[in-house]
Write a protein that binds this ligand. Structure first.
Ligand SMILES: [Zn+2]
Ligand SMILES: [Zn+2]
Length: 240
């Protein structure tokens, strides 16, 4: 990736400071976040909890999966969302703090490799309606999800497809918990060229799994159009 080379050479002349507090240490140089700040984040998630959504279970029962129709095969996240990590995401979006997305991506390769034998055909991003919307090559310069996409393409050798488009112009973020479910119902649609011909196994990438309403609805649409299995990977997940 161009930005990685650029980042490395810039790093040589201008050491990368922590994107959150401005300190410089060996960690900020490598991942955009200094040691002190990264200790305030949650650790990398290791397989436990619900085998489907990776959420918390009580006596083996997952509240999330038993309280709704789940359309995806498996959802994983890299870290539990904390206030600091939510701010990290915001900084990448609002101030283009690209190095911070290196921090968020730690663990992505391992998570993806564990799906290496599932025969996933292609990957896609959840289309979003913010300015410079995701279309082919219209990703914002330092969209947080861009690094995750590049790791997925490299690790699993997946092509990227773009079968969904955003119908509703409003965003999920900022909506109440209940509103998210209603909004998600009508947010996306299948592109005519993909109608009934989506690949069998897909990897869907997004930045945060909050209520999961978005990725679940997107999975439902994909399943209606020929897909059999949807795997979801997000940087963060909100754990109640
Ligand atoms: Zn820091
Ligand atoms: Zn579950």
């Amino acid at each position: 990736m161009i930005e990685k080379i650029l980042y490395k050479s810039l790093n040589y002349f201008f050491p990368i400071l922590c994107g959150m507090c401005g300190r410089e240490d060996f960690r900020s140089v490598r991942s955009g976040l200094c040691g002190i700040c990264s200790r305030q984040t949650s650790g990398i998630w290791r397989k436990k909890g619900c085998p489907t959504c990776s959420g918390k279970t009580m006596d083996g029962v997952c509240d999330y999966c038993t309280s709704r129709n789940v359309f995806f095969t498996e959802a994983r996240y890299l870290r539990e969302r904390t206030d600091l990590l939510a701010e990290v995401l915001n900084k990448i979006k609002s101030r283009y703090e690209y190095p911070l997305s290196l921090f968020l991506s730690i663990g992505a390769k391992t998570a993806l490799q564990s799906w290496g034998n599932r025969g996933i055909d292609a990957c896609l991003l959840l289309p979003n309606s913010s300015p410079g919307r995701f279309g082919s090559f219209s990703l914002r310069p330092f969209s947080p999800i861009r690094e995750l996409l590049s790791i997925a393409e490299k690790t699993l050798g997946l092509p990227r497809i773009d079968p969904l488009f955003k119908k509703s112009r409003s965003r999920q973020a900022g909506k109440s918990y209940a509103d998210r479910f209603f909004h998600a119902r009508s947010a996306w649609e299948i592109r005519p060229s993909w109608q009934g011909r989506c690949p069998s196994k897909l990897l869907l990438l997004d930045d945060v799994f909050t209520t999961g309403a978005s990725v679940n609805e997107a999975s439902r649409i994909l399943l209606e159009n020929g897909t059999k299995e949807v795997y979801i990977l997000t940087y963060l997940r909100t754990i109640e």
